[in-house]
Write a protein that binds this ligand. Structure first.
Ligand code: HEM
Length: 553
């Protein structure tokens, strides 16, 4: 009897617990479906408000407390923006993650209007970059973000919503990368690169050499030519290992930004330490040896120790006048060198691979390069201003960036803003990507579907007229869907130099080398690990056989 009643009571409890669980589960499913239906209905109605000011709706989701996580972003981000539900959205909306909300801007006209805002701030990105990637001390990062810092007297504050030091530093950079100083930088780069290519070991023997990693040419020759052009020869001369360590540093931005523990990436952290030390050593040495009375300056005020007035003056202001630690200023300048080199080198590398891979394209590029040759008394090989106007070379540059450069633009509103007729309140995170526009088939597909948008085809940027006139480079009507350099208020100040760097390097290479690319499609696929952080280089090592031009059998 006792056993029976125990059995009955056990079964009764069991059913009771089970049915409670089942009811709970059913209730949760019903609540989730109801929540999804409500958020869907609100989402659909958000764009219907014709009275002007609209609020970006929350993306439909099932679980009220969890929100919506676009998982695909983590393994296939380009597809997320090109062939998922998110790709169909053409207006601003909100994503909710636990208790946080982010505003996501979709639709090209909205993205461009968002980037034009001057009252949104990117300080949060700048601070994380300096702290996490460039290892600047917390004290210095705080000073950069402080509204209480005073900038030098001659400074006119920029209209952007940025703390005084960011704003000042940015305006000095804009000045350095414009007009005559930018022109001189380009010339120095061109001369340095010509010298390095001329002395290249691989080209001294007619058989040429096989490079296990084609990127080595860009790290040791192209990047060194650029560093020498910006900083003078002393940075690399004082630490000949700098280009290699700098290459590792640039290639590992995600490692630092994600704060990967040091024991998982010892080589990467070691490389970062080396480059910070090297920049500090060069700057300290230049500061100790520069003498305003005796050091020779050229007609632009540049000197051989600092390479340019730009670095000399920034050091004097930050270290001598404002009392920053030289190591923190080395971190800051490392950040600048990263900005000036990482994307530009990766894009030029990708362009060289595309051009050497396609023999028809190579011959067409060579014809353009040939038409711009002419030695001047300074040893420059090309008429650069003519070279950078060549249609196919420009198209190669633009198409590589369209396909490979994926930027995430993250801002915080400092006041309520209007993005066309959508209103975003103060103190909100607003995010946009360059990807949806750059991969939009409606904008970029060719008429007969021969060149899908995920393939490299410079013809997208060429305009052919019917009356046998030469083809022209054209971006007409597509500008808002091509945002590798951003747009509006924070547009990249190095974009003109980036074009010169790419086209001049390509011209010198095709004029000097024959080159076989020794890698299959698997290795050439974009490295999605850096998605959102600029140009995606190939995901594997790319071998190359290079040989002096014309010596190939
Ligand atoms: C292909 C090459 C390049 C790409 C794709 C690129 C892309 C960008 C992007 C997307 C931004 C931010 C725009 C925004 O937040 O709205 C930016 C900013 C910046 N870029 Fe570039 N860039 C390139 C080359 C260069 C070069 C060669 C230099 C310097 C010589 C440079 C210096 C800078 C600086 C200093 C900023 C920050 C500007 C400021 O704070 O006002 N960039 N770049």
């Amino acid at each position: 009897m006792a056993t029976m009643s125990y059995f009955r009571s056990f079964m009764g409890n069991h059913f009771y617990i089970h049915s409670k669980l089942s009811y709970g589960l059913i209730a949760m499913i019903v609540a989730s479906l109801a929540h999804y239906s409500i958020t869907s209905a609100l989402f659909k109605s958000a764009d219907r408000n014709k009275n002007g000011r609209k609020t970006p709706p929350v993306i439909p989701h099932f679980l009220p407390f969890l929100g919506s996580i676009p998982w695909q972003y983590f393994w296939s981000p380009i597809k997320l923006f090109t062939s998922s539900y998110y790709a169909t959205l053409t207006h601003p909306f909100r994503i909710r993650l636990f208790s946080k909300e982010f505003y996501i801007i979709q639709g090209q006209e909205h993205v461009v209007a968002h980037l034009a805002q001057t009252s949104t701030s990117n300080t949060i990105f700048n601070a994380s970059f300096l702290r996490q990637a460039c290892a600047m001390s917390e004290h210095a990062v705080q000073r950069f973000g402080s509204e209480d810092e005073e900038t030098p007297k001659y400074f006119e504050r920029k209209y952007l919503a940025a703390a005084p030091l960011y704003s000042w530093s940015s305006s000095v950079i804009h000045r350095y990368l414009a007009g005559r100083t930018a022109f001189q930088l380009s010339r120095r780069f061109e001369i340095n690169l010509a010298t390095r290519i001329g002395a290249h070991q691989a080209l001294s023997s007619p058989e040429g050499v096989v490079l296990e990693d084609f990127m080595d040419f860009f790290v040791y020759d192209v990047t060194s030519a650029l560093l020498d052009a910006m900083c003078g020869k002393s940075l690399v001369e004082r630490d000949p290992g700098f280009p290699r360590a700098f290459g590792i540093f640039c290639d590992n931005l995600p490692t630092f930004m994600k704060r990967t523990p040091r024991f998982l990436a010892p080589q990467e952290y070691k490389a970062r330490e080396e480059v910070i030390e090297a920049v500090m050593d060069w700057q300290t040495w230049a500061s100790e040896n520069f003498d305003a009375k005796t050091t020779a300056l050229d007609e632009d005020g540049d000197d051989p120790l600092w390479g340019s007035k730009f670095f000399r003056e920034r050091y004097t202001t930050f270290v001598h006048d404002m009392g920053f630690d030289p190591r923190d200023i080395a971190s800051m300048e490392l950040g600048f060198l990263f900005g000036a080199s990482a994307n530009v080198t990766a894009n030029t590398y990708c362009c060289a691979i595309e051009v050497f891979k396609d023999k028809v394209l190579l011959e067409e590029v060579r014809k353009e390069v040939q038409s711009c040759k002419g030695e001047d008394q300074n040893g420059l090989r090309f008429d650069t201003s003519r070279l950078v106007q060549q249609p196919l070379l420009q198209a190669v540059f633009a198409e590589s960036l369209r396909l490979r450069c994926h930027n995430m633009f993250i801002r915080k509103t400092t006041e309520a803003i209007n993005i066309l007729d959508w209103v975003i309140p103060k103190d909100q995170f607003v995010i946009a990507w360059s990807t949806p526009g750059q991969m939009n088939p409606k904008v970029w597909a060719d008429a007969n579907g021969m060149h899908p948008v995920d393939t490299f085809w410079p013809g997208r940027f060429m305009k052919y007229s019917s009356n046998n006139a030469p083809a022209e480079f054209s971006m007409a009507g597509k500008e808002s869907s091509w945002l590798p350099f951003g747009s509006g208020a924070n547009l990249c100040p190095g974009r003109q130099f980036a074009k010169i760097h790419c086209i001049v390097t390509l011209a010198m290479m095709v004029d000097s080398f024959d080159c076989d690319i020794l890698a299959g499609p698997r290795h050439l696929k974009p490295d999605l690990g850096k998605f959102g952080m600029g140009v995606l280089g190939p995901s594997g090592k790319v071998g190359a056989r290079i040989q002096r031009q014309g010596t190939k059998a």
